[in-house]
Every structure is written in C-alpha cells, then in structure tokens.
Design a protein around this ligand. Sequence first.
Ligand code: SAH
Length: 213
Amino acid sequence: MKDTSKHQGLRNQLAKQLEEKGIIDKNVLEAIKKIPRHLFLNSSFEDFAYLDKAFPIGAGQTISQPYTVAFQSQLLEVKKEHKILEIGTGSGYQTAVLCVMGAKVFSVERQNELFKTTSLLLPKLGIRPKHLSFGDGYKGLPQYAPFDSIIVTAGAPFIPQPLMAQLKIGGKLVIPLGEENQIMTMLVRKNETQFEKHEFGEFRFVPLLEDKN
Ligand code: SAH
C-alpha cells in the first residue's frame, strides 16, 4: 500500500474532526496529519482508515479510535525528549504518534504476533521508538524507569503498582480503568508516596490481560 495525496487529504479531514471534538494540542493534531494510519491496518480496511473508529488488527485486538489516541496523547502534555512508557503497542499507531511528537518511546506488547509485525512495520515507516518489548505490561519496564509519563492503551481492572513506582515525580500515568467500559484516569505523581487523581469520562478498550492467552 502507498501513501498518496488522497490519504493526506483524508488525514487533514480527520485532524479537523478531532479538533471539532475538542482536541486542542497542535502537536497531537500535526502528528495525526503526518501518520499514514491506513498502513497500520490490513489493506481491506484502507477505505475506512481515516474514519474516527477502532478496527481489528489481529490476535483479537484493535487499533484505538483516533479520538482516543489524540485524547490520551493530549493528556500526556508531551514535550520533546520526554521518556514515555506505553503499555499495549498493538498496531504501533499510538507509538508512532508519540514518536512523531518527539518523545523517546518505550512500548510493551504481550501478543507475540503483534509485537513481531509492529517491530517490522515502524522502522519501514521511518518511526524509531527507543525500545519495543515483548512481555507483560503489568510489570512495566523497570530497567528503563523512571518515565516522564506512562500511557496504558488497554482497559485495566486496577492500577498496576509497578507502573506507579516507575513514574518520575511530576510524571503522569494515563490509564483507562474498568472492566466493560473504562473511565479515563490520570494520576499525577506529587512526591514519593502521593498521587493526585483526575477522571475524564468513559471510553471503551480491549482488556489489559494478565496471563498469556
Ligand atoms: N496502542 C494500540 C492499542 C492496541 S489495543 C494501537 O494504537 O494500536 C491494546 C493492546 O494491549 C493490544 O495489542 C493487546 O495485546 C495489548 N495488551 C493487553 N494486555 C497487555 C499486557 N498485560 N501487557 C502488554 N500489552 C497488553
């Protein structure tokens, strides 16, 4: 599949829609305009890639809806060179958004099939996360901690303690919390022991799974 001016036009429209839905971070909108989302999907979805919708990406998983990706990215207030941990690499689209925004991205995926496909795809598109890892995101990546922010892209039944521990003071953890529907939740680390909690309404994610099947 190629990236054409038609795709660019659709991306510009998508960014405009996201702006109308309340996304105001210009860097997020610029990243949405730059990243060829159709190349993160099976070619049968090409015609739909720039709709504000989630789609299947194999292994029973989905690429998040662009609005959700934009909303979570905006909450992170990404600065250039920020060290960001992502849990749930999936298609790599959210990873790409954060990389294009200038962050150093570390991402973990527990489905080997997706880990392998995405590890090959991102460099082909010129996107270079600092580190892609195959494993259990509940544990985070202690060897690379602490992080400026952590983003979880699957619905978590609770906040994994290791993720809180791997956050810098002043850092943000953005995590959709809940079983069926999730409340977008942000924890801001105030000091060694205290976190401030903010909630941002309902979203829908595939579940953050604990064991390997
Ligand atoms: N950011 C992805 C969203 C994919 S959906 C994208 O933009 O495409 C959520 C992803 O989280 C899935 O790929 C799923 O396999 C992964 N996941 C679920 N539980 C996980 C866990 N415990 N650790 C790491 N990844 C997990």
